[in-house]
Design a protein around this ligand. Structure first.
Ligand code: PLP
Length: 227
């Protein structure tokens, strides 16, 4: 067991090194850590990962106890309103803002702890009704409305795109989200700072970088397949 674990930890080191070696200047790696243990996350941090992405607040709190401020923490899952109070305490960015109700709650809870929370707007680039995210056509209005919340700071867009299959299938979704990003940026909306475009996962991050992502979120290629 101890031996197996050491082998697994060495794999994390190697995987992180490989990804960094091909990462262009200016592109940030988020290690998507859902289902991983705090020890695995710590190992990724020791290997040089600077941002951990978490889908679940409860899991993040456990990992945070061990890893703390050694890394930045990005929330990348679907955030429920009753989890926001805890979330604003540990997260440095919420990448998945997708409703004004949620914006209002993040604003309120951030004010209570004296924070201005950087957020990305999650775009439902596939326009699939069963998925989360703001529809591309609604994004501009959404951002205008969200600027009334003074304890959140809009910093860009995030999208999922298809998670499996041929990475080429994701390209059109990434292109569309990049176009939307550029258009919103060109509006120079007061209080909005369009800096980050978070797209691409293990199967699609190369395509995402080609199409302008400057944050990629990688789980499997760092930690191995999820059980
Ligand atoms: C799990 C997850 C990822 C990473 O997925 P992999 O295919 O394991 O790289 C990226 N983004 C989000 C939002 C995720 O939930």
């Amino acid at each position: 067991m101890a031996h197996e674990q050491e082998t697994e930890f060495e794999m994390i080191d190697e995987n992180v090194a490989k990804i960094f070696a091909e990462l262009p200047e200016g592109v940030e790696l988020v290690a998507a850590a859902k289902t991983r243990t705090p020890e695995e996350i710590m190992r990724a941090a020791d290997a040089g990962v600077r941002i951990i992405g978490e889908n679940y607040v409860q899991e993040a709190l456990k990992a945070f106890e061990l890893v703390g401020h050694k890394v930045k923490w990005h929330f990348i899952g679907h955030l429920q309103r009753n989890k926001v109070k805890k979330a604003v305490e540990i997260f440095d960015m919420i990448e998945t803002l997708d409703s004004l109700d949620l914006a209002k709650e993040i604003d309120k809870r951030s004010a209570q702890v004296g924070k201005i929370m950087p957020v990305l707007i999650e775009i439902n680039s596939g326009q699939e009704p069963q998925k989360f995210g703001v529809m591309p056509t609604a994004a501009e209005d959404f951002i205008h409305e969200a600027t009334r919340f003074k304890n959140i700071k809009i910093r860009g867009l995030m999208t999922m795109g298809p998670a499996f299959g041929d990475p080429e299938n994701a390209r059109s979704f990434f292109v569309e989200t990049k176009n939307l990003f550029d258009r919103i940026k060109s509006l120079e909306i007061p209080g909005v700072e369009m800096r980050n475009l978070s797209m691409g996962m293990t199967n699609s991050y190369r395509v995402a970088i080609e199409e302008g992502a400057n944050i990629i979120r990688i789980g499997t290629k760092i930690f191995g397949p999820r059980e």
